[in-house]
Design a protein around this ligand. Sequence first.
Ligand code: F6P
Length: 316
Amino acid sequence: MKNIAIVCSGGDVSGMNAALKRFVEYSIAKGLTPYFVQNGYEGLIDNNIIKAKYSDVAGIISKGGTKIQTSRSKRFLEKHYRIQAIKNLKSHNISYLIVLGGDGSFKGMQKLSNECNNISFSGIPATIDNDIAGTQYCLGVDTALNVIKYAIDAIRDTASSFERAFVVETMGRECGYLALVSAITSGAEMCLIPEIPYQLDHHKASFKKQINKGRNYFIAVVSEALDKSEEVSKWFEEELGVESRITVLGHIQRGGNTSVHDRLMAFKFVTHAIDGLLDGKECSVICYSDCRFKHKKIEDVAFKKYYIDPDLLDLV
Ligand code: F6P
């Protein structure tokens, strides 16, 4: 029997627990012995590797976060710690490692793969930012979008009860995907993301006209990547004379009850990862594009820039 391990790295997403459940159940079904690496790449270095049982994943499918915890490991950037990680994996006779994470985690995975023999690696894109090249979908995005949807719907209730503008800041370290899709699907009056150049004053005449016709509130969705929420809020007050409030959604976007889509995607990503490893793929990332899963080379994923679909950008 071969041993297979899974590790969550970087920011957690809702859907990681569903992935862990599928991982344990499908590994056992395929005759493999599943292991958890706890606490991300830090746990690989510290030999925090334990055998996983069915009972470990009972009742976790709906829960956000990750039962095995995650980390952003600075030590993993140093070769001697990665060599320690490889030794630890070998001490448990691990033949396969699945990494759930973003492009930084995949770069780490590629280094590990280059530095060791006889262990195969498979990456599963998991970040609410949805900013990984080569895949149209990353685990956790749908749940995050639903959290934002509920928040903006609730903000609209209070915004419309006053004459106010609400600036809602969504996550996305460098990418405006969450802000873009949220603005479109919640009917926001303004959407500011790094992918679209903007000038606030271009909105002025139209917003003034709307106020004169009776509009009494505005919702502006602004990506954290711009770091402009304060400036936008001031603009509403100073240029339009509309009282303004800022809501930074922050880490609530990363948690919460996992959506149906993310549970299903978690199951599919893990199934493809395990099947690929058993088929002999040594180091690849499972990407989802045009309704199909593909195993892609790490160079085509972690070292390329992600661009938002132009058709989606055209909708704003
Ligand atoms: O995981 C992605 C992300 O949530 C980004 O959207 C955000 O900029 C960053 O992580 C926050 O990181 P941390 O949780 O380490 O503060």
